[in-house]
Ligand binder design. Sequence first.
Ligand code: NAP
Length: 263
Amino acid sequence: MNREGVTMHSTEQSLAGKIAIVTGAASGIGAGIAGLFAVHGCRVVIADIDKVAGQTTAQELGENGLFCHLDVTSEESWRQLMARVNEHWGALDILVNNAGIGSAESIEDVDIALWQQILAVNTTGVFLGCRSAIQSMKHSGGGSIINISSALGLRPLSSTPAYGASKAAVVNLTKSTALQCAEKGYQIRCNAINPGFIRTPLLENALAVAEDPDALLKGYSDLHPMGSIGSIEDVAQAALFLAADGSRFITGIAMPVDGGMTI
Ligand code: NAP
């Protein structure tokens, strides 16, 4: 530590001994976050609706990985998950509410069933996750909740009203959760990350079926002033920062990881 009390080594980024749940961690951004957390000494629960891919991701983490089935839209599924994690590893330190689904239908085209499905996974899923984590963390000394929103929750596009609304709701929910925990003195922080377009299997699939993949990728890239879409690693590094003790005085933020898309 120097004269100003600033720690001069990197233990502030360590997650050694901590226990995390990452939802939707079978693939994409969630799998990347889980992998980076494990590298930093965290035991990580891969909580996903996809059993096969989830088990594979958990196995890749060795002793630091555990797969648990979770449907984020179901209160009962959350109850079972929390009980299993507590029984297997003990008290939860970190929850990353990452599971999400996309949609690209304009306000004139989106039907009510799709609207409700997007809100159920992307918004209700995060609400149930935050509530479950608070119930556990408030009795175990606190923790960090990280909600994966989207740049589209801050800057809408005409093509994604349901997705954008669901992700904007996550920003507001994050802030009210952060306030509640601070006011109650729970030592629980709650922050959101707002990624721009990120190269994940989801995006690769869209490119694979596009008439002109190069034009589509250029269109996505042009939305970002820095000139390209982001990587899974870009989002995972932001999650690591918000999970670790180095960010102990940060709560209620919506952190863009978007190459300037929301400036
Ligand atoms: P992804 O590769 O499709 O991964 C999402 C995972 O969540 C999948 O394994 C999926 O399983 C799972 N899932 C879906 N519904 C679920 C449910 N009800 N309960 C539990 N798990 C469920 O997506 P991604 O691109 O990594 O995105 C991860 C998060 O980042 C999402 O919240 C997304 O909105 C957000 N985000 C992504 C981007 C981007 O450009 N990729 C940009 C901004 C924000 P199935 O495959 O079986 O559905």
